[in-house]
Ligand binder design. Structure first.
Ligand code: NAD
Ligand code: UDP
Length: 318
């Protein structure tokens, strides 16, 4: 495999940090660009001494002039807690960020991959979700800054492809979890694990019967790398996620059990527009990328719990 210069925006975030690590291990030169809004230098600290790794603090809503062969555009807070903190900036990150990175890809004639999301399907009326489903999104709700921002980014990707022949890849990522999630990230897996390790109440929003499909981060990164490597005619969108559905109640019980925690489950109000179900149809990823997740939830949770045990011990918060 030939060595490439690869830009990862959002590279100091949860998925981005694993992607940077994988690309370095594959022998590439990695430029990680991040404004450290929801990501942290700590996630990439082990990479900073690598000869082929460079970190640049930069906000993708501003133009970026660098020379690379490929771009993975991951910059955007992914947790509702973070993307709802400054919703206008969230939309700008998705839309202006996409315009800036697509402009860069156009000038460089490089390939660009967009980290899109299952949120483009909103609260889906079709189950499981196939790429041909157009979604059910509330355009004026609290999740809209993220959902509609990502939908507009997809539109921009396909218009740059049709209008300017930019070589695009669009991945629709479903719920992903693993080490390097921020302990205060607010997403369900990190919340439950941190709460269980501290023997604090485990907070289920709603009645806990809503379902998600959780993909371990190594599997996700492998899917993204495979998608980038496809021939130019493969643009996506391609669903990437684990099709195994889990209710939040089942997840809470699994986490409490694996942590051997004394935590009790408590019910809290369901946030606005919280989707009831989400499950990827990954027939396209299986066919085009020869990809399917390999890590079962129990195994992925064990690795993630081990990571949080170490992190909380080190920070003395546990
Ligand atoms: P994350 O919040 O951990 O990482 C996002 C990174 O982007 C952070 O490091 C953040 O500081 C950076 N960022 C945010 N705004 C920026 C800006 N304006 N300029 C530069 N950097 C900026 O989230 P994640 O879970 O690693 O998600 C990565 C990508 O994958 C996101 O685009 C997200 O929408 C997408 N995604 C993730 C999931 C998931 O379950 N983790 C699901 C669907 C889609
Ligand atoms: N959730 C929960 N308790 C928490 C955090 C989240 O029950 O402490 C629920 C949330 O309401 C949603 C599901 O878990 O139904 C997944 O939430 P997350 O924010 O991880 O991802 P998303 O809603 O974006 O899929």
């Amino acid at each position: 495999m030939s060595s490439k210069r690869i830009l990862v925006t959002g590279g100091a975030g949860f998925i981005g940090s694993h992607l940077c690590e994988r690309l370095l291990a594959d022998g590439h030169e990695v430029l990680c660009v991040d404004n450290c809004f929801s990501g942290r230098r700590a996630t990439i600290a082990p990479l900073l001494s690598a000869r082929n790794f460079e970190f640049m603090r930069h906000d993708v809503t501003f133009p970026l002039y660098v020379e690379v062969d490929e771009i993975y555009n991951l910059a955007c807070p992914a947790s509702p807690k973070h993307y709802q903190f400054d919703p206008v900036q969230t939309t700008k990150t998705s839309v202006h960020g996409a315009i800036n990175m697509l402009g860069l890809a156009k000038r460089l004639r490089g390939k660009i991959l967009q980290a899109s999301t299952s949120e483009v399907y909103g609260d889906p009326a079709v189950h499981p979700q196939t790429e041909s489903y157009w979604g059910n999104v509330n355009p004026i709700g609290r999740r809209a800054c993220y959902d509609e921002g990502k939908r507009c980014a997809e539109t921009l990707f396909f218009d740059y492809h049709r209008q300017h022949r930019v070589r695009i890849k669009v991945a629709r990522i479903f719920n992903t979890y693993g080490p390097n999630m921020h302990p205060d990230d607010g997403r369900v897996v990190s919340n439950f694990i941190v709460q269980a390790l501290r023997n604090e109440p485990v907070t289920i929003y709603g009645d806990g019967r809503q379902c998600r499909s959780f993909c371990y981060v190594d599997d996700m990164v492998d899917g993204l790398v495979r998608l980038m490597a496809t021939p130019d005619e493969v643009t996506g969108p391609v669903n990437l996620g684990n099709p195994v559905e889990t209710s939040m109640l089942e997840l809470a019980e699994a986490v409490i059990g694996q942590c051997r925690s004394k935590s009790q489950i408590v019910l809290r109000p369901l946030p606005e527009d919280d989707p009831r179900r989400r499950q990827p149809d990954i027939a396209c990823a299986r066919r085009v990328l020869a990809w399917a997740p390999r890590t079962a939830l129990d195994e992925g949770l064990a690795r993630t719990i081990a990571y949080f045990r170490r992190t909380l011990d080190q920070t003395g918060v546990g």
